[in-house]
Structure formats: structure tokens, C-alpha cells
Design a protein around this ligand. Structure first.
Ligand SMILES: [Zn+2]
Length: 280
């Protein structure tokens, strides 16, 4: 399987996978969706009772939203994830008690009137782990309300809950093969206009496939003409793949991690199958 990156910006990537099969790219899709570990907030503690500010003003620790809704919203905030720094909490040397190797503690202390945003969350003892997307609204407070919240993030995968899902909008299509029979191109047939994806163009009066990778194989260039000069087919060993991440890690890292997870799964499967052979 070869990968050629067509376009890559921080959270989004588009690439061509070649020397592959539909089963293999679908495994990559499923791995991206549910198997990449990432940090997400799993426990939230709310301070109950009055909250005082520096001037001695007293605020109520109530908000217009139920605590459960706030906890859910905080859980969905993408937490920056460096897989070199963290391990699963239940596999950690701390025996799951929670330590800097397996958890990140955030505090959220805000007094109204204001809108509380994800950017108000402070990573305790590790300012570099502050959330990147700072404008996710969490709750609105009036002038007598305040929140004091401690939240703990830990490693997980989307098999447990969607808040641990790194990649979104994961999809692929077959690589389109477009052939133009120049002898059959009739000047009265407007292939350029017929294609909704802008695949074709005229160059010096000659029809060319200007942007073949934009083709979705919709066949508008074939079915709209009685004797179309275009032949469309697809290459089932090449695929155009794209996805984006929630911001907890960049798209390239997510892709590399997925490929490593797949390689490890295939190795394990191969070993198990060879064990079966030796037991015969
Ligand atoms: Zn630990």
C-alpha cells in the first residue's frame, strides 16, 4: 500500500492510496474512526456552595444548565494529545490512581456575568496542554453566578465513547479513470457544462480532463449525451481518501498512528493464524 499526500493542512488531509484493495482502505477508515487513542475529559468535579472573589463578593455555584450537561460539554472539548507523553490510566505505574503520565487535570474558575468558553480551562501544572480551540461556549453566567470545576482527562478510544474520536468526515472514493475519444467529440455537446464537478475544460478547442481527481463518477458526462465521447471507469486498487481531525492531534499524526495500529493488528492476526497451523 502506497500513500501520496495531495493536500495537508493542520487538521485536514487528502491523499491517494494505491496498491490497495477496498477491504484495506475500509480497514483504514474504521481504524481512523474508532481505534486512535486520544485524551478526553472523563471526570468532572463541581464545587458546591458559595464562591468568593478577591473582593469578597459572594457568588452562587449554580448555572442555567444542569451539571450533567456542562460535564458533557466539557467532555467533548478536544484536548491536545501527544501519544508519546501519555499511557492508558489502567496500564499506568500509578495503578489507575491518576498521575501526570496518564491524566491531565484542568480547572475552570469563572465568575459572571460572562460566557464561559473552553479557553477558560487551565491545564494545571502543564500550560502547554491548554486546549487549542478556545472559543467553544460551555455555559452563560449571570452576575450572581460562578463556576469552579476540576476536570480530569485520560486516554481512551472511540470504542468507549465518541468524545475519544479523533477523526471525522472519514471517506474515500475509487480513483476515477477518464478516457476521451477525441474522434467522437461533437462540438455541439457541451461536456464542460454537463459536469457538475468541473472536471473538463477546453484547451485550444480540444476537450481535456482538467481536474480528473474531482470526478465523483456521477456519469453526467456519459448519460446526458446520446453518443458520449467519454468513457468512465474506476481503478479498484487506487482510492482518494480524506478526513479531518477534531484538533486534538494533527491529521498526519492521526494517519501515521492508524497505520501503526493496523500493522500491529495484522501482525497479531498473522501470529494467531500461524499458531493454529502449528497446532494441527
Ligand atoms: Zn498514572
Amino acid at each position: 500500500m502506497d500513500i501520496e499526500v495531495l493536500e495537508s493542512i493542520e487538521n485536514r488531509i487528502r491523499f491517494v492510496v494505491s496498491k490497495a484493495t477496498p477491504e484495506l482502505v475500509n480497514s483504514l477508515r474504521r481504524t481512523l474512526l474508532s481505534d486512535i487513542p486520544k485524551m478526553a475529559i472523563d471526570k468532572v468535579e463541581f464545587h458546591l456552595g458559595p464562591i468568593m472573589d478577591d473582593q469578597g463578593k459572594e457568588y452562587e455555584s449554580v448555572t442555567p444548565l444542569f451539571d450533567e450537561i456542562i460535564a458533557h460539554r466539557i467532555g467533548l472539548v478536544p484536548v491536545p494529545t501527544d501519544l508519546q507523553l501519555f499511557c492508558y490510566r489502567d496500564e499506568c505505574n500509578c495503578d489507575g490512581e491518576g498521575c501526570p503520565s496518564c491524566t491531565i487535570m484542568y480547572s475552570l474558575h469563572k465568575m459572571g456575568p460572562c460566557t464561559v468558553y473552553s479557553g477558560d480551562m487551565e491545564a494545571l501544572g502543564a500550560p502547554e496542554l491548554k486546549v487549542k480551540d478556545e472559543l467553544i461556549p460551555i455555559v452563560e453566567l449571570n452576575d450572581s453566578q460562578a463556576v469552579l470545576i476540576y476536570a480530569i482527562a485520560e486516554l481512551g478510544t472511540a470504542q468507549r465513547h465518541a468524545k475519544w474520536q479523533v477523526a471525522n468526515g472519514v471517506g474515500y472514493k475509487y480513483y476515477p479513470l477518464i478516457e476521451i475519444d477525441q474522434d467522437r467529440v461533437d462540438s455541439s455537446d457541451d461536456y464542460v457544462k454537463a459536469c457538475p464537478r468541473g472536471v473538463f475544460a477546453l484547451e485550444d478547442g480540444k476537450l481535456i480532463s482538467f481536474d480528473p481527481l474531482a470526478c465523483t463518477l456521477c456519469k453526467a458526462c456519459v448519460e446526458n449525451f446520446e453518443n458520449s465521447a467519454i468513457t468512465l471507469s474506476c481503478d479498484d486498487t487506487r482510492f482518494i481518501f480524506e478526513f479531518e481531525t477534531d484538533g486534538s492531534m494533527n491529521a498526519k499524526d492521526a494517519l501515521v498512528t492508524s497505520l501503526e495500529i493496523m500493522a500491529a493488528s495484522f501482525d497479531e492476526f498473522r501470529e494467531q493464524v500461524s499458531d493454529l497451523d502449528s497446532k494441527k
